[in-house]
Design a protein around this ligand. Sequence first.
Ligand SMILES: C[S@@+](CC[C@H](N)C(=O)[O-])C[C@H]1O[C@@H](n2cnc3c(N)ncnc32)[C@H](O)[C@@H]1O
Length: 351
Amino acid sequence: MGSSTPNPSHIPVMLQETVKALAVQPGGRYIDCTLGGGGHALAILEHSLPGGQLLGIDADPEAIKVARTSLEAYSSSTLLVNENFANLQAICIKYDFFPVHGILFDLGLSSLQLNRNGRGFSFQHDAPLDMRFSPSQEVTAADIVNTSSEAELAHLIRTYGEEGFSHRIARHIVKERPMKSTLHLARTIERAIGRRRGKLHPATKTFQALRIMVNRELENLEAGLKQAVDLLGFEGRLVVISYHSLEDRIVKQFMQQEAKNCICPLDTPVCVCGHKARLRLINKRVITPSLSEIQHNPRSRSAKLRAAERIVIQDDCCGSAEVESFLAEVKARAWRRPALLKKLELVFSTA
Ligand SMILES: C[S@@+](CC[C@H](N)C(=O)[O-])C[C@H]1O[C@@H](n2cnc3c(N)ncnc32)[C@H](O)[C@@H]1O
């Protein structure tokens, strides 16, 4: 991938596939909603030369610090914001950064967070049970394991960890409380369900469940996706990399729904929803990493990439805010892609 030298402790997943799915082009404007170590962001900036711009967002202030260093060469075309992507629209309005050519979500946590002692994401090192992406969040993993009822814990571990032994784990946690650290929790889980099941450490699913709950990951993903579509310019791309089935289900259903002209139940004789497709799916099948990438970076093994493209709601061409915004783009000649500009002019001259 060109001269990209991303932060060595986090290897960006499906880097080439991501740049291709985003259709990164010279002069384009992009948002990386999950900046992490800045690996994807660096490749986007390299491919959008000359004149590309990037808005990078991360909830974790440490990620922003790391990315600021790895993207130093592009500091004049980069804006880095320590925020939650659940506030995507407000961030873009604040910094006047829309419409954009592409938006990337590379979900979950980075190796930087996983390997950093003291964050509490890993059961490999002993640390306080924290797991917050941002220190401004109030609830930690310790709060959840030490104050929830046994039934609440079992439900959480089953729902967000898809763990079959959730009741047994919850019972052991409640007996062992207060839970003091990551290793204390990991050993309690081992005692509850045994030391190893296949390749997964027995604590993997419970740790995933707690992290998802602490960071409200699924709610934030739903909120971020909804806002992203409105920020994309004509033929702008939305690309999402997910790492477990709960995330992927949300992304898949969201894109499929946004790609449909009607979302009425199948047995409705006439459409009453008035829903109009705003996206076109780029790939019929989900994109996964190659075998050689998985060998080189085992963390990529569960990754799934989905991509969609923004389309204009043709029969809405009569003054909606959205159409106004497309028209403004045409007038301002904000898109540096002559072919696209021509298409847009055509759409609106016949409207
Ligand atoms: C998998 S890492 C991204 C790695 C990055 N693509 C790279 O190449 O280095 C995910 C990042 O998203 C951040 N993140 C997760 N949920 C977030 C949210 N709701 N808002 C903002 N950042 C979030 C995490 O803090 C983490 O740094």
